[in-house]
Design a protein around this ligand. Sequence first.
Ligand code: ATP
Ligand code: SF4
Ligand code: MG
Length: 331
Amino acid sequence: MEPILQVKDLHVSFKVKGGEVKAVRGMNFEIGKGETVAIVGESGSGKSVTAQTVMRLIPSPPSIIKQGEILFQGQNLLKKSNKEMETIRGKDIGMIFQDPMTSLNPTIRIGKQITEVLIKHQNMSAAEAKAQAIEMLKLVGIKNAEARFNQYPHEFSGGMRQRAMIAIALACRPALLIADEPTTALDVTIQAQIMDVMKDMQQRLGTSIILITHDLGVVAGMCDRVIVMYAGEVVETGTKWEIFKNPQHPYTKGLLRSMPRLDQKKDEPLIPIIGTPPDLIKPPLGCPFAARCDHAMKICERIDPGATVFSDTHTARCWDLHPMAKEAQSS
Ligand SMILES: Nc1ncnc2c1ncn2[C@@H]1O[C@H](COP(=O)(O)OP(=O)(O)OP(=O)(O)O)[C@@H](O)[C@H]1O
Ligand code: SF4
Ligand SMILES: [Mg+2]
C-alpha cells in the first residue's frame, strides 16, 4: 500500500529541571492511503507527543525535535515553515482531540468556523461554503443543521461539539485525520455514534486515520492495523488480528489483559500490568520493559532488542522472540 505518512527515527524530548524527558525515542511507522491505524499504549507512552509532532503542534520550548523525518505525501513536515504548516493543517491533515473546546473557538458561531476553513483553503464563495458547511453538519449527524449553523459551541452538548469538530476537521476532505482519544470524555452510546460517523466518513472520503485510543472495542471495529507504544518506542506492530489473536511482545500481551475487550466475559477481571514505565530522563540501555517483564533475561537490561519480523505486517522488539534467543539466554 502506498504510504501517505512515513515517520522515520523520530526523537522528541522535553527540557525539564534535571534533564531531558526523552518522550519519543526512535519512532518508525507508516500509514497507508485509506488505512486506519490505531496507536495504543499506557498513559505516558508518547502517543500524543507523536501525534502533536506530526501536526507540528507540539510547543517548543519545552519540546525539542531531536532528529527524524516526518514524510507526508513525500514531503518532510519538519522542514516546513509555520505558515506552510498552517495550510497543511487546515487542508491536508485534519485533527480531532479529546476536548473539542481546545479546537473550537467559543466566540465564533459553529457554522462560521466551518465556512472560514472552506473559504480559506478551498477558495469557495460565502454561499458555496455555507451550503457545504450545512452538508458537513448533516453528514456528521447533526439534526436541524440549518439552525445549528448559527449557534455557538456552548449551545452544543459534548457529543454535538465532538461532531462539529469532526465536521471542521473533515470539511476540506483531508487526506489524513489524526484523532487523539476523540471519544474518551463522552458517554458510551455517544462514543459509539461518533465512531460510526468517523467510520462512515472514512469510507466516503477515503481518509487515512491515525486513531489514538484506550478502547480495544473501537480498535476492533475501526482499525486495520495497530501500533503498540511503550516508553516512546514502537514495541509491536501488526494487523489488528495479528495483535489481538497472536500478540508476541510481553507488553502487548499485558496490555490486552489490562484493557476492556468486546469479547470479555462479565466476570473476567482486567489484570493491570504491575510496575511503572521507566524514567524517560534516564531511559534504560536495553529493553525498556525489562523491569516489569516476567521473561526478562540478562541481555534484556543491557542491549536493546532489534525488531523480529513475523510477517510483512507484524514485527515486535523482544529478545525472547529473537532468532538468537537461546544464545541470548545464556549470556
Ligand atoms: N510539556 C511537557 N513537559 C515535560 N514532559 C512532557 C510534556 N508533555 C509530555 N511530556 C512527557 O512525555 C511523555 C509522553 O507523553 P504523552 O502525552 O505523549 O503520553 P500519552 O501516551 O499520550 O499518554 P495518555 O494516554 O495519558 O494520553 C510522558 O512521559 C510525559 O510526561
Ligand atoms: S526484551 Fe526481555 S525484558 Fe524486554 S520484553 Fe522481551 S523478554 Fe521482556
Ligand atoms: Mg495522550
